[in-house]
Design a protein around this ligand. Sequence first.
Ligand code: SAH
Length: 343
Amino acid sequence: MKNILDFSLDELKSWMKDNNEKEFRAKQIEDFIYKSLWNFDEMHVLPMITRNKLNENFYIGIPKIVHSYESKLDGTKKFLLALEDGNLIECVLMKYNYGNSICVSTQVGCRMGCKFCASTVEGMIRNLTPGEILSQILVVQDYIKDRISNVVLMGSGEPLDNYENVLKFLELVSSEYGLNIGLRHITLSTCGIIPKMKDLADRRLQLTLAVSLHAASEDKRKEIMPIANKYSIADIIEACKYYIDVTGKRITFEYALIKSFNDSMEDARMLANLLKGLLCHVNLIPINQVRENDFEKSQENTVKKFVEILKRNGIEATVRREMGADINAACGQLRRSYMNAQI
Ligand code: SAH
């Protein structure tokens, strides 16, 4: 059985043709699916024989909402979803004045091992398929009865560690016949897998690349991000320059502020030096405290000073508004706390 959500329209057309069905049926089926009709038997315009054939070969891989949580602070919604094989993933919906933005997962778990992150505690279970990444948007859109306009690949998983599937997802999500979310409205966040960043640059896609830096010195980065042992900060910056040159797009650097670790004025100056002259924006994230470790959030006035130093040095920086703080909205936290509760 195949998940029909993994198929592009063209692929479904070929399948129909190869199976003695009319090609135009593919579009009808896709239309139904994108209008939240998730049962082949209810697609009444299709001949019975076609519906039977679909049932024999495909399932519509819409995850089950196991739990949904709504923040009382800002309306952020978090969803714990069960996939076809029972694996759990999570995604977060945030309402902004420009529309609904969803943060989706790209893997079950993660193998990057960042010390502050809850997604990585038990390693990577498996990659999500393109359709499984897409299905998070479909199920949430149906739940809120409203359109989602922006997508960030910042949930559990490292998108560039599941590169082929993520590329196919980008094709599916932006195609006109489907959700039609333009790549300009999509942000992909990576811990810095350099060869894939370069490959992505060469594709000249219109998406925004975000790079999780979190430290301006090699030693500190290695302390919290194992990937730093493989790729140096200098090489990441070089890859970013390449990305900017080729695409003309501004890069976002994510920097999680951890109390007394990477939030000193000296750290800020080092970061400013590192990024000087780059077409970039720094997104400072007061770290979300998770159960699995004891990193603490920087103090508010420290954050303020940090931003000031960056700005004084000509680096654009904003502090990420904390959303859904009351519902474990940080990466991987929900799945972890749910699983812990079951044990
Ligand atoms: N693997 C990708 C994308 C997923 S994580 C990446 O590393 O970029 C999305 C962002 O959330 C990353 O910047 C990640 O470092 C950050 N993050 C993870 N756990 C966090 C926490 N507890 N507090 C703040 N940010 C966190």
